[in-house]
Design a protein around this ligand. Structure first.
Ligand SMILES: Cc1ncc(COP(=O)(O)O)c(C=O)c1O
Length: 439
């Protein structure tokens, strides 16, 4: 096993079995044959994120075909997962990119995305970032009145989009509800006339309006409500070319959770969009910018059990990963299915907590889970980890980041991020701090 081994690209695992959703272990369907995951773990080591190209492509196509007779385009919110190899796949399927920082803008540009395919929703942007975005010629979406004024003063005669606070929010957790009345995001509804007047005075064309109500929306009605809010506001904007309804399409994390009914949502939304187009008489495009829905189910975090620890009331499976690699359980109390892929399918079950190796008592990845009887050395697959996994990872406790492996559409395994050794991780840190190593 090459725990810290070299990366080797395009190696086909010979004992792989056909991919599919048929494997049910511990109640959670694993989207790859467990034998194949174990082969990857043995070859590349753990912790490792694994992504499935085929599934990402299928999901992109589902979205692209969702509104066949409407001018709808899709942007992928790269904050969910910005591995450039995944971004290439998604761009190849015809999606543009939604970005939320100047660094994300640069990343998109450097992987070859055209400026008009990059939507940049700023958030407390600096003047330098604003100038950078204008130089990059991306679509700049401005989220506060004061920033819009600064933009108009600096770039009179230009154009932009604005983010509106629709006063309706949703999300899988209060921390990701972005549209409610108290949200820090977007321009207030009662400030819109002032915003429009300021833009007009400076001949700035507001070509787009945008809102994003939250991530992991629980009630489709809230998204439909937001769509209505933006459609109603559209008439205020003379130069309008597009309306961006944001992202937030949820995925089920629990095996008994119903999936978001995309087709039903599209049906309801289509009716409203078609009526709007009929009434408007000007060519206005519609955008959505999901992240999680595209990559979430297509990612697995593979980890190994280092310790099985009976603490009296609880038995912990101690792993070689933690909230430094998958923050969602610690930050949002989020649930991820965890499957012991080493255990035989007819194994006895026991109740465990799955713990990380970070020195914090909050470093628990799963609580009170009935799982196959587990032992040191077994591999666990943490499911639905493709979104907000690696992008939220940190070097806390000075631990190295996971490797990332893509199972390509042709069935090859490709390393798309190399694991650093502990020595490399520490050396890079010392180098970044400008500290001269003593040993
Ligand atoms: C502005 C914006 N757009 C899009 C997204 C993507 O959300 P999701 O991954 O839930 O689709 C987010 C995430 O919170 C966001 O902040």
């Amino acid at each position: 096993m090459c725990k810290f081994g070299a990366v080797e690209n395009n190696v086909q695992i010979t004992n792989s079995i056909a991919e599919g959703f048929s494997q049910i272990t511990d109640m959670h369907p694993v989207p790859v044959d467990p034998d194949r995951l174990i082969a990857i773990a043995q070859k590349w080591g753990t912790p490792t994120y694994i992504y499935l190209e085929k599934l990402i492509r299928e999901r992109c196509r589902k979205l692209i075909n969702l509104f066949p007779d409407l001018p709808v385009s899709w942007l992928y919110a790269i904050k969910a997962n910005d591995n450039p190899h995944l971004m290439d796949i998604i761009a190849d399927e015809g999606l543009g990119f939604d970005t939320v920082s100047y660094e994300e803008v640069l990343l998109c540009r450097k992987i070859g995305a055209e400026p008009h395919h990059i939507f940049y929703t700023e958030n407390n942007m600096t003047d330098a970032e604003m100038k950078g975005a204008v130089e990059q010629q991306v679509i700049l979406n401005i989220g506060s009145l004061s920033r819009l004024e600064a933009f108009c003063d600096t770039f009179p005669g230009s154009s932009c989009s604005i983010r509106i606070k629709p006063d309706i929010g949703d999300g899988h957790h209060a921390k990701v509800d972005t549209g409610n009345e108290d949200s820090k995001f977007g321009i207030r509804l009662d400030q819109l006339s002032e915003a429009i007047a300021y833009a007009e005075k400076n001949r700035v064309a507001i070509k787009g309006i945008h809102a994003h109500i939250g991530s992991g929306i629980r009630e489709p009605e809230n998204l439909l409500y937001e769509i209505n809010v933006l459609l109603d506001l559209a008439r205020l904007f003379n130069d309008l070319e597009f309306i961006n309804f944001g992202g937030g399409i949820p995925i089920p994390y629990r095996s008994d959770e119903p999936d978001f009914d995309l087709n039903r949502f599209a049906e309801l939304a289509s009716g409203r969009l078609k009526t709007f187009i009929g009434e408007e008489g000007r060519p206005i495009r519609f955008l959505f910018e999901p992240g999680r829905w595209i990559v979430g189910p297509a990612g697995i975090l593979l980890t190994q059990i280092n310790t099985v620890k009976d603490q009296g009331r609880k038995t912990f499976l101690g792993t070689d990963t933690g909230f430094n690699h998958l923050l969602r359980p610690a930050l949002y109390d989020a649930y991820h299915g965890v499957v012991n892929i080493s255990a035989p399918s007819d194994a006895e079950t026991r109740v465990y907590d799955v713990a990380g190796n970070i020195c914090e008592s909050g470093d628990i990845l799963a609580t009170d889970r009935e799982m196959s009887e587990s032992k040191t050395g077994d591999y666990l697959a943490i499911l639905d980890a493709g979104a907000y996994g690696m992008t939220m990872a940190s070097l806390y406790n000075r631990r190295a980041l996971p490797a990332e492996i893509l199972i390509t559409g042709k069935g090859f395994h490709k390393a798309i991020r190399q694991r650093k050794t502990p020595e490399q991780t520490v050396d890079e840190f010392l180098q970044d701090t400008g500290y001269s190593q003593k040993k």
